[in-house]
Design a protein around this ligand. Structure first.
Ligand code: SF4
Length: 399
């Protein structure tokens, strides 16, 4: 099984919390960027072996719906003709609600899963998050997607926004359930370095809800979505039966994926590569050499286990107990009711899900460092880097 990720870095405006790789006001470069992506795909394809047939394709960003659907179609066409896309493939694209006039074309080209950046369904939270659309736009986007024929919709939501109350969050969840998407992703706001929110927080001008309210919002999401028939299959992800995101599952299972476009990561044969991030540097590199890989790392056996633990524990069925080694069997996290052991597997409890990043970091440290299973200083450094990526508050974060 192989997966393909295509990064489309264009956005209409800059959301104050966002640190993804994106550009505003640069869509005049969309055509040149599309050509670069197609060329990079052809150059990089051999690293995935002989003509892989992709089971999942994911257009992420940025905002894929910000560029003409014909550009996405040309990329998909090249993937189909140069390699292959399985007839049952999940082909996802992220989209903003105000791009709904493009949904019919996106469906017609074979995109069969639409992920809508809704974030909230009340005006004050949307304004606080700097979003351009209204709750009515979000509803109209869902209607437009259904009319276009999409039978697999995701709605992205954010909690812990500035001044957001639990009452407003309950309203957003109720209205989301009323829209009946097949999948809901729920992310706690994290204030990333270098963002507008980061600058406001440093000036004490970012009125985030208190930590106990943030934890309550996460628990409210779990209660409401599970009561409405969604399964929580990962810390931040809820799906109706049969609609878990196959692309994300493949990445979490550490199956091979090719990432093209600026800043995209690829993973194959225990090797991870990442692309140049600046837009013009990416385009220039592909135009001159066919590729834009900036760096790569080879994953050691110790790091592989760390990744398996950290990615696996965030999922509902957890990990085989054997992955933790001997120390894992006596971990103090089980008496703390953060982890539970069942039928040879270890998984996060409801409380553990709330503190997933902290639990993973603590577990990895106790299971690998104490047992001396690291074989080199670089492996230790890799784990510390991963711990550094964990949200200090333990709130759920986007992978
Ligand atoms: S949150 Fe999405 S729409 Fe907003 S700037 Fe980031 S990538 Fe663009």
């Amino acid at each position: 099984m192989s997966s393909l990720y295509v990064h489309i870095p264009f956005c209409k405006s800059r959301c104050p919390y966002c640190d993804f790789a994106f550009y505003v006001g640069q869509t005049h470069l969309a055509e040149r960027y599309t050509e670069a992506v197609i060329r990079e795909f052809q150059t990089r394809l051999p690293c995935m072996g002989d003509h892989p047939v992709f089971d999942t394709v994911f257009f992420g960003g940025g905002t894929p719906s910000e560029i003409p659907p014909d550009s996405l179609n040309r990329i998909l066409d090249k993937v189909r003709t140069r390699s292959g896309v399985s007839p049952e493939a999940e082909i996802s694209a992220e989209a903003n609600p105000d791009d709904r006039v493009r949904f019919a074309q996106m469906a017609a080209m074979g995109i069969n899963r639409l992920s809508l950046g809704v974030q909230a369904l009340d005006n004050s939270t949307l304004r606080a998050l700097g979003r351009r659309h209204t709750p009515a736009d979000a509803g109209a986007a869902v209607d437009a997607a259904r009319r276009a024929g999409f039978e697999n919709l995701n709605i992205d939501l954010i909690f812990s926004a500035p001044r957001q109350t639990t009452t407003a969050w309950r309203g957003t969840l109720d209205r989301t359930v009323g829209l009946s998407p097949e999948h809901v992703s729920v992310y706690g706001l994290t204030v990333e370095p270098g963002t507008a929110f980061d600058r406001r927080m440093k000036k004490n001008r970012l009125p985030l809800p208190p930590e106990d309210a943030q934890a309550e919002m996460y628990e409210i999401a779990q209660e409401k979505l599970c009561a409405a028939g969604y399964n929580q299959y990962e810390v931040s992800n809820f799906a109706q039966p049969g609609f878990a995101c196959r692309h994300n599952m493949a990445c979490w299972d550490r199956r091979p994926y090719l990432g093209i476009g600026l800043s995209a990561h690829s993973f194959f044969g225990e090797r991870r590569t990442w692309n140049i991030r600046p837009l013009m540097a990416y385009i220039g590199s592909v135009e001159s050499s066919g590729a834009a890989v900036e760096g790569e790392e080879v994953i050691s056996p110790g790091e592989r286990r760390v990744e398996q633990v950290m990615l696996g524990l965030r999922r509902a069925n957890g990990i085989p107990e054997s992955l933790l080694g001997t120390i894992g069997r006596s971990t103090t996290l089980i008496p703390d009711h953060l982890l539970e052991r069942r039928e040879g597997r270890v998984r996060l409890t409801g409380r553990g899900l709330l503190l997933a990043d902290l639990v993973c970091a603590k577990l990895v440290r106790s299971c690998f460092e104490i047992t001396g299973e690291f074989t080199s200083e670089s492996e230790k450094a890799a784990v510390m880097r991963r711990e550094g990526r964990a949200a200090p508050t333990g709130r759920p974060t986007r992978i």
